[in-house]
Design a protein around this ligand. Sequence first.
Ligand SMILES: CC(C)(COP(=O)(O)OP(=O)(O)OC[C@H]1O[C@@H](n2cnc3c(N)ncnc32)[C@H](O)[C@@H]1OP(=O)(O)O)[C@@H](O)C(=O)NCCC(=O)NCCS
Length: 229
Amino acid sequence: MAVDMELESILRPPELSMVPYPPKVITLANGKKMVVREVTRRDVPKLLKAVHPTMFIDKDYYNVVGARVYAELIAWQYYRVQNEFCIIGQVEGILVGLVNSRLYTKETGMSLHTLAIDRGLRIGAHLFAAKMEHHIEFLEQDDVLIVAESPIGFRRWMTEYGLEPTGIPHELGGAPAYRLTRELYFNAKSRLVVGDRPVSDALLEEAKQDIIVADEKMIREKIAGLKGR
Ligand SMILES: CC(C)(COP(=O)(O)OP(=O)(O)OC[C@H]1O[C@@H](n2cnc3c(N)ncnc32)[C@H](O)[C@@H]1OP(=O)(O)O)[C@@H](O)C(=O)NCCC(=O)NCCS
């Protein structure tokens, strides 16, 4: 796409500087190692391939979340969203889930989405925890505003972290946001935020070499094979 940089300097929102998220490795319940790492705008086309099939899965709100994530990732790629970051989970190079989020202000985070592509291993829960870890520990924010679009999401975030309700409309549709404070984060940390650093060179190299996207049929089977909840 041809880009008029003069106009772009007006269209692109100003960005806060953000420290990178240091990668970590989580041993999942099946014994496999999931590398959790931050990706860049250059990785977006690959991520879109994995998100695309979820837009058509009318189960557990995958279609709602998938469509929104798809739009948010493209907006990020073309600098149409402010202060966004994206963290992915990979097992043997294969993309198994992703989270995205943004800084609303320097002090307050605005959590966007969590999407688990492989299921039953708390991959979504681990990636959400990594997102909160980044907001609170590395970006040193005071709090994060969060909403749930699905009952599973509500159990995972509001219930497991004991998030506090607020009357603040969240960017995702205006529903009243829940808030993760630093205190709630550190109360939950030993229970919910796991992983080891540093990641070995071999594992990190494997993850960075390629983001492998499972074929569409496999993604549909992994997700849509579940009973509705
Ligand atoms: C919400 C989400 C991120 C949670 O991911 P997760 O922590 O990896 O959890 P899973 O989806 O694997 O598991 C959710 C439930 O389904 C169950 N489940 C998972 N795989 C299963 C399987 N193969 N057979 C039966 N049950 C299964 C789990 O036991 C779990 O139940 P629990 O909540 O009572 O523990 C994920 O469900 C998701 O991406 N959903 C669609 C998008 C979404 O709602 N995002 C969050 C918006 S707020």
